[in-house]
Design a protein around this ligand. Sequence first.
Ligand code: TXA
Ligand code: MG
Length: 328
Amino acid sequence: MESHDPTPSDTEILSATPAAIKRAAQALCNGELVAFPTETVYGLGADATSAEAVARLYAAKGRPRFNPLISHLADPDAVHELAETDERAELLAETLWPGALTLVLPRRPGGAVCDLACAGLDSIAIRMPAHPVARALIAAAGRPIVAPSANRSGSVSATAVSHVMDDLGGLIRFIVAGGRPEAGIESTIIDLTGQHARLLRPGGIPRADIERLIGPLNGGDDTPVAPRSPGRLASHYAPRARMRLNAAAPDEGEAYLAFGPELRSSDSICNLSEKGDLVQAAANLYAMLRALDETGAEAIAVAPIPAEGLGEAINDRLARAAAPRPER
Ligand code: TXA
Ligand code: MG
């Protein structure tokens, strides 16, 4: 196959050597799709400046067109070329980047990111990832890289090379391998386009870390999540099996996602964290949902998860995984 062929039939897994990163960056610049590790989940990268590359990415994910993407940067100063920042944005970026924080900011007219990546909005979502492989790849590409989670739209996010391969094998050029993501759950998304900073998606950085810096989110209103960000479908992150939340124990025939010391992992039970640690639970969430789904059980029952810290993001994902689904 020609290296510039944008519709590969083979997906190559690369270990993250400098030569491989150069190859993968070249593929991105040619408009091809490359999955890579971040500290949150694996991302499916495309050149943010190329509408054709972004269209290819939507097609590979099977993603509804209206869902805007996050532009990933290797250099925090590059944010100024793409977006207008204010004091809140500067403080958050300075303190929490690189890391699991995405800022939605007013888009700077004439910025390099294509309209399709922003779904035609006058705002743009930007994040600087911490994972060294992600940063090396984006730096080598020398341009912003859009990267949704590297799974088919609506299904469970990918936290391992095998997950990416299962969902996208044959549809993308490369997967750059980088072990298990540390956080295991997507970035926290904060909308700074209005007077009140709003939490659009709870994620890898707990709300309290952000409120400590810029004050209460959502104007002090404690609704857990602000009105849905465009493309945040009610059903998302969904395994094949039906989901039953806040279940003290599994019913007969159910697989069980446990939390805390009561139940050990076995064939049909995965324990997010026996010691009740929410950080460990977030890191295990998607891999365990996939593993329980693979048991073939008709339903996955899930233990109650405390709401504090990363529990907010975990409960958000579980609620979406359990929501009524559109035909898939
Ligand atoms: O951790 C992450 O953020 C991962 C890794 C790969 O970086 N990426 C990720 O991307 O989760 P994705 O596409 O799965 O989720 C992006 C979210 C969507 O819910 C989308 O609606 C929101 O960001 N978003 C993007 N642009 C937006 C905008 N201009 N306004 C509001 N929400 C926006
Ligand atoms: Mg996603």
